[in-house]
Design a protein around this ligand. Structure first.
Ligand code: TYD
Length: 129
């Protein structure tokens, strides 16, 4: 988990993110998911070269990560915390609260070939190191 800076202000707090400073890569792409229906599962893939940081800008959801050996689960519900997802890490995003917004900072442009969307392929690639 990455704790992002907070500028506290009685008129509202401010958090900022600088590529290469607060996240360990230069940010090439930002995307967000929203209007996620209850019970929906997003993610379901790993990346070969793209690193990401996931932030709950509003509401909450859970990120279940799996390196091919171990699983861990993180509930995100603060817009000043980011979860760093290195390469070759399977992720499922589950249990979205109503109205939640998931923002993702990515180290690479969108390239479908960078995705591993089949879990068995991921497991085999992860065990190859
Ligand atoms: P995907 O990354 O599978 O979404 P999630 O991980 O949130 O479940 O992407 C869903 C679709 O959107 C897929 O068809 C690819 C497309 N897409 C883009 O065109 N550009 C992007 O930057 C992203 C993240 C996805």
């Amino acid at each position: 988990m990455i704790e992002l800076p907070i500028i506290h202000d009685p008129n509202g707090n401010l958090t900022f993110i600088e590529g290469g400073h607060h996240v360990p890569f230069d940010i090439k792409r930002v995307y967000h998911t929203y209007d996620v229906p209850g019970g929906a599962v997003r993610g379901g893939h790993a990346h070969r070269t793209c690193e990401e940081v996931v932030i709950a800008m509003s509401g909450s959801f859970e990120v279940v990560v799996d390196d091919g050996t171990e699983k861990a689960s993180f509930r995100l519900n603060r817009s000043y915390q980011g979860l760093f997802l290195p390469t070759m890490l399977w992720r499922d995003l589950i249990d979205f609260s109503s109205g939640s917004v998931c923002m993702v900072l990515a180290s690479e442009f969108y390239v479908e070939e960078d995705y591993i969307r089949d879990y068995d392929t991921f497991k085999a690639a992860a065990s190859d190191g």
